[in-house]
Design a protein around this ligand. Structure first.
Ligand SMILES: Cc1cc2nc3c(=O)[nH]c(=O)nc-3n(C[C@H](O)[C@H](O)[C@H](O)COP(=O)(O)O)c2cc1C
Length: 162
């Protein structure tokens, strides 16, 4: 299974920490959106798209890449992020712009991952930031489990018990 991670992570490299765990488990390459030529994504069986959440969405460079992607037929992808504030419905909203762009191009979103990331944006800097130490060991463990699940979801399983 050839896997690619398209990553943009600049604030504290929080999302990069998660992507490195994914890369190890999935034996994946990591590239920035700027390094990608949209057509080259055809070579991959599974692609993860991730960045920090900035102003309630993924980074513009990922969103722009999603706009430039060719249409495909059911290619499996996943979405990931780190954010200051998390939660199921928050993550769903944070991911919605990227999710909608990918789905409109025919990509199948297999799963999505979000965890907290250290945030010193704006006035938070004055108070030492929020989520200090995140992603932490538990977050990295969760990302490892998520990646293992990704591998399982790519395999055809036929379990018949008679
Ligand atoms: C300019 C900026 C805007 C941000 N906007 C949000 C936001 O809308 N919602 C949120 O939960 N976190 C927000 N954050 C926090 C980041 O999502 C969080 O720190 C993330 O882990 C950064 O990822 P990175 O280190 O990979 O860049 C923002 C951070 C920055 C620097």
């Amino acid at each position: 299974m050839k896997t690619l991670l398209v990553l943009y992570s600049y604030h504290h490299h929080n999302t990069e920490k998660i992507a490195k765990v994914f890369a190890k488990v999935l034996d994946a390459e990591i590239k920035t959106p700027q390094e990608i030529k949209p057509d080259e994504l055809r070579e991959y069986d599974l692609i993860g798209f991730g960045s920090g959440i900035y102003s309630a969405k993924h980074d513009e460079s990922l969103l722009k890449l999603a706009d430039e992607l060719p249409r495909v037929n059911n290619k499996n992808v996943f979405i990931f992020s780190t954010a200051g504030m998390t939660g199921k419905s928050k993550a769903y909203k944070d991911h919605s712009m990227l999710r909608e762009k990918l789905e409109s191009k025919g990509y199948t979103i297999v799963d999505e991952f979000q965890c907290k990331g250290f945030n010193t944006n704006s006035f938070l800097r004055l108070f030492g930031g929020m989520n200090k130490g995140r992603p932490n060991v538990k977050d990295l463990k969760n990302s490892e489990e998520f990646a293992v699940k990704m591998i399982r979801s790519q395999k055809y399983n036929l379990s018949i018990y008679i």
